[in-house]
Write a protein that binds this ligand. Structure first.
Ligand code: FE2
Length: 375
């Protein structure tokens, strides 16, 4: 987090509010996020609470909040969304101190307001909320919950987990949402970078990826935008022209358009986190042995807190920049389509996103893509 003056910010954002998913089976996805990801169930909405359209489960891990929704009635609009996109992220909700001020600015800048600012009230208080359209069918809800003490939002009731953690399991496997990556259409990355700048007052972070990061087969371009305090970071990818279909093209094809590609979850003990996740059957991308055996790796990363052998054993990647280093690892897609996946990240000063690992990552991704017959 960096200090900045939010009085001059046309669109002040405090941080993340929630990541909302639409999935084919919210009941089982909620179980997965509890059993495999160690999250806590905290709230629920569904037929028993008067919401006949869908189930919604609210899960927490530290500051991270997921809302997982799945249609109940056959004509639920959530089924239409799922038919098009498969399991995916529909809303990257942000906490803002002044919903109306943000929406007024966004509208002046030409943004599409998909939900006008309004209050929602129950016995726990009032939230003020609005929503803006972003890439694809994704939206950003803007939420002011400063006058609300309930478990999530009006319409939800508190609900605790019936899942019992394994003896000795850590209290949580991750503490915070680090960044959310969006995949956008070919040639439109700069438009979306401009959107976040113009509409939401986000600024470009230094890290960007151009033609220099590409394998023989796949390529992408990437830029990163962040809000004033740098809590909210959005890398944006577009496919680059390559000989064969890139991983971004594969996503765009199977998601039927732009959408959130991965969520990076911050942990302060990535070794333990990865061990626990693997024990629960979460699968990660393979990193080639050559990545660890390359003498240039040691020269590039210098001293890190654990021996390289420990990282090698788990397939964890390392990157270093002028500010420090980071450890990161990527899961395989978590749904049935080759679309959304997770990253786990442990930062030690570095503000980057693992640019130095892109080459190694792409090679691993391509092997997976080839196995699926989509390269
Ligand atoms: Fe990432």
């Amino acid at each position: 987090m960096v200090s900045y003056d939010d009085s001059t910010d046309p669109f002040p954002v405090t941080g993340w509010d929630a990541v909302e998913w639409v999935v084919g089976n919210a009941t089982q996805s909620a179980h997965f996020f509890q059993s495999a990801f160690g999250m806590e169930l905290v709230a629920y909405s569904g037929p028993e609470t008067g919401n006949r359209d869908h189930h919604a489960y609210v899960l927490r891990s530290g500051a991270v909040r997921f809302v997982v929704k799945g249609g109940v009635t056959p004509d639920s609009p959530l089924h239409d969304h799922h038919r098009r996109h498969g399991d995916g992220i529909v809303d990257i909700a942000l906490e803002v101190p002044d919903v109306d001020r943000c929406v007024e600015h966004a509208r002046r800048q030409g943004a599409t307001v998909v939900e006008e600012p309004h209050d929602v009230t129950d016995e726990h208080g009032t939230i003020r909320v609005a929503a803006l359209a972003t890439y694809g069918e994704t939206r950003h809800s803007l939420v002011d919950r400063s006058r609300y003490t309930g478990p999530y939002r009006p319409g939800y009731v508190a609900r605790t987990s019936t899942y019992t953690k394994r003896p000795g399991a850590p209290k949580r496997l991750f503490q915070a949402l680090d960044h959310v990556v969006g995949n956008v259409e070919l040639g439109r990355m700069d438009e979306w970078v401009d959107f976040y700048g113009r509409v939401m007052g986000f600024t470009n972070m230094a890290e960007f990826i151009g033609d220099d990061i590409a394998t023989e087969y796949s390529a992408l371009m990437s830029k990163v935008v962040a809000n004033g305090n740098h809590r909210v970071k959005f890398p944006l990818n577009e496919p680059a022209i390559a000989k064969k279909k890139s991983q971004i093209d594969e996503y765009l094809e199977f998601y039927q358009g732009p959408g959130a590609q991965h969520l990076a979850l911050a942990t302060n003990d990535i070794l333990r986190t990865v061990d626990c996740l693997r024990e629960e059957g979460v699968e990660f991308l393979d990193t080639p042995d050559s990545y660890y055996e390359d003498p240039q790796l040691r020269a590039r990363i210098g001293e890190v807190r654990v021996p390289i052998e420990e990282l090698h054993r788990r397939g964890i990647l390392v990157d270093r920049d002028e500010d420090g280093y980071l450890l990161q690892i990527f899961t395989k897609p978590i749904g049935d389509r080759p679309t959304v996946f997770f990253e786990f990240i442990e930062r030690h000063g570095s503000l980057g996103f693992g640019k130095g690992n892109f080459q190694a990552l792409f090679e691993a991704l391509e092997r997976e893509q080839e196995r699926r017959g989509n390269l």
